[in-house]
Design a binder for this molecule. Structure first.
Ligand SMILES: Nc1nc2c(ncn2[C@@H]2O[C@H](COP(=O)(O)OP(=O)(O)OP(=O)(O)O)[C@@H](O)[C@H]2O)c(=O)[nH]1
Ligand SMILES: [Mg+2]
Length: 214
């Protein structure tokens, strides 16, 4: 008899800890961090709310450019043991919502440097364990996204690609859409902030990279 896989994580507490529009304003890192990047309006902030099962932890909007600075959210997590009789572990993890790119038309110079804020954060932040790059499942990675993936590979930061808004693709076409994207990019996870689809699989991937839990 197979038992259903239990949810990989329970978010005991989730709170905003800091926002900054320049790097020196950021508090020093305390816990492992996972950053969320992607084009403006793609659904970064909604994904953080869905992951944490909090409706209003992060402000979201249908108007692009909603998240302007870097915002850090601190989670206290309970992760069930992989052993049937094992005790759960508790851990802390910081999620970092990055401002969206592609909102303001950028100059050539800016295109190259990703903006000093995002680039500086990704380059210099110690304890940053992975960068989740969020793309719209219907469009896949666009030029800006591919440039960011290249940049992350160049600086040696692990990237996790998430194809979100899965609910916008008819159910019988979702598997094919994700397979097509994962032929080019791995690891790739499908997600919907609307329905929570893909939440558990993404949590497992993030916990592994952040070394939280068993
Ligand atoms: N149907 C559907 N809509 C979504 C999903 N994720 C986000 N949205 C919608 O997309 C819009 C943008 O979402 P945000 O989470 O604010 O996007 P963002 O990437 O944080 O945007 P910026 O902060 O402006 O860069 C909102 O209207 C959300 O409700 C999803 O999985 N499914
Ligand atoms: Mg946002």
């Amino acid at each position: 008899m197979s038992t259903p896989k239990s949810s990989p994580v329970e978010v005991l507490e989730a709170r905003f800890v800091a926002g900054a529009t320049t790097l020196p304003q950021l508090p020093p890192p305390v816990f492992a961090e996972i950053a969320f990047a992607g084009r403006s309006n793609v659904g970064k902030s909604s994904l953080i709310n869905a992951l944490t099962e909090r409706k209003k932890l992060v402000r979201t909007s249908s108007t692009p450019g909603c998240t302007r600075g870097i915002n850090i959210f601190r989670l206290r997590l309970r992760v069930p043991s992989a052993e049937p009789e094992g005790a759960p572990t508790e851990g802390e993890l910081d999620l970092v919502d990055l401002p969206g790119f592609g909102f303001a038309r950028r100059s050539k110079g800016e295109r190259k440097s990703w903006g000093p804020l995002i680039e500086g954060f990704l380059r210099e932040r110690p304890g940053l364990r992975a960068v989740v790059l969020i793309v719209d499942v219907r469009r896949g990675p666009e030029e800006d996204d591919l440039e960011l993936l290249e940049f992350l590979a160049h600086i040696g930061r692990p990237a996790v690609l998430v194809a979100t808004k899965l609910d916008k693709v008819p159910k019988n076409q979702r598997k094919l859409a994700l397979e097509a994207l994962s032929r080019e990019h791995r690891p790739l996870y499908g997600f919907s902030a609307e329905t929570g689809e893909g939440r558990d699989a993404l949590w497992r991937a993030l916990l592994k990279r952040a070394h939280v839990g068993a």
